[in-house]
Design a protein around this ligand. Structure first.
Ligand code: ROI
Length: 168
């Protein structure tokens, strides 16, 4: 990573506990307030059926894009601080309901394999609640492996995805 450079990043936002729309709106404000986050864009909000265990509420999901000069782990720290401020408890249990989940999907064209952070997000191309909102804000995106974002649209069904207004 060039220290002076800015990277174009994409983040997945998700919530299925409490007032999820309000939580995502607040999280968006908080992300925009991170120093060195610029040129912020946000997809619509989408209601989605849970992946993983089905005995949990539907999710509200969105994708945000921005440029930043923060290094990946510094960005992760900022995002986890925002998650924690919304009462997310990191129990270690995976795939359970959460008040706020912020996932780094892409960090420029970098591939990162660290204990705390794997980018591109390993499941992103199989998740309609990531692919469709991401396509809404970055239709021509090329993934770090050279594949076109567009090519994944037909591989995941959007039948259960409901686009909703992002207002409170
Ligand atoms: N399912 C949906 N629809 N949206 C999510 O954000 C989400 N996040 C998760 C799991 C539990 C995998 N399922 C999800 O972490």
């Amino acid at each position: 990573m060039s220290s002076a450079g800015k990277e174009l990043c994409y983040i997945g936002l998700g919530s299925n506990l409490g007032d999820s729309k309000k939580t995502l709106n607040s999280a968006v404000q908080a992300i925009q307030s991170i120093p060195s986050v610029e040129q912020f864009v946000l997809s619509s909000f989408y209601q989605s059926k849970p992946h993983g265990p089905q005995d949990q509420p539907d999710y509200i999901n969105a994708v945000a894009g921005f440029t930043t000069s923060l290094e990946p782990i510094a960005l992760l720290d900022q995002l986890q601080a925002i998650e924690n401020s919304y009462g997310r408890v990191r129990s270690g249990a995976q795939w359970t309901a959460r008040t706020l989940d912020l996932d780094i999907l892409l960090y420029g064209t970098h591939e990162i394999n660290e204990e705390r952070l794997v980018v591109p997000h390993p499941w992103m191309t199989r998740r309609e609640f990531v692919i469709y909102p991401l396509h809404e804000i970055a239709a021509d995106l090329i993934l770090p492996d050279g594949s076109l974002l567009e090519s994944y649209l037909d591989q995941v069904s959007d039948d259960t995805l409901i686009k909703i207004k992002s207002s409170l």
